[in-house]
Design a binder for this molecule. Structure first.
Ligand code: TYD
Length: 157
């Protein structure tokens, strides 16, 4: 197993429903290390860069509005971004988060318990967790500068 870093975002529905503490509690209980955290103003540019691999999907425009907090009246487009680090961190955090579609997610996971599919078919799934090693590296770099990550385990690329 490799030591990995993975990006977590508490999405606007999670923030609105006061699930930030619950999400951090579950992540902490995993034994992974919290190595970075900050509140970020999600600009349209950042949102589109984060989800650029999905830019051709029909749900993309609403996904950008969702992550910017437009559907949940989040002031200042605020979002909490976290980096957790540890052995196999990407898979372990994905297991805590649950499957992308809240209706298919295991009921014990964050998404399975608290996520929903809107009447328009959009998934509101509470947290983001990097999907694979390539995405994790790209996303951690997109949301954090090297100096904001307090880790002795991984080189600051
Ligand atoms: P994706 O990167 O495929 O999933 P994940 O977040 O689990 O890595 O999709 C990004 C987000 O887009 C997802 O969290 C919710 C939204 N989404 C939809 O609203 N409808 C869909 O059919 C899909 C696949 C994703």
């Amino acid at each position: 197993m490799a030591i990995e870093q993975t990006l977590i975002l508490i999405k606007p529905d999670g923030a609105k429903r006061r699930l930030t503490g619950l999400a951090i509690d579950r992540l902490d209980a995993s034994g992974l290390q919290l190595v970075a955290a900050k509140v970020v103003r999600v600009t349209e540019t950042l949102a589109k860069e984060h989800y650029k691999e999905l830019s051709d999907k029909p749900f993309f425009p609403n996904l950008i509005r969702y992550i910017q907090g437009e559907f949940h009246a989040i002031p200042e487009n605020r979002i909490l971004a976290l980096v957790y680090e540890g052995d196999d961190a990407i898979k372990r955090v994905r297991a805590i988060a649950g499957a992308t579609n809240p209706e298919q997610a295991d009921p014990g996971t964050i998404r399975g318990t608290f996520g929903r599919v809107t009447t328009q078919g959009q998934f509101e799934n509470v947290i983001h967790a990097s999907g694979n090693a390539g995405d994790a590296v790209r996303e951690v770099k997109l949301w954090f500068t090297a100096d904001e990550i307090v880790s002795g385990s991984l080189a600051k690329a």
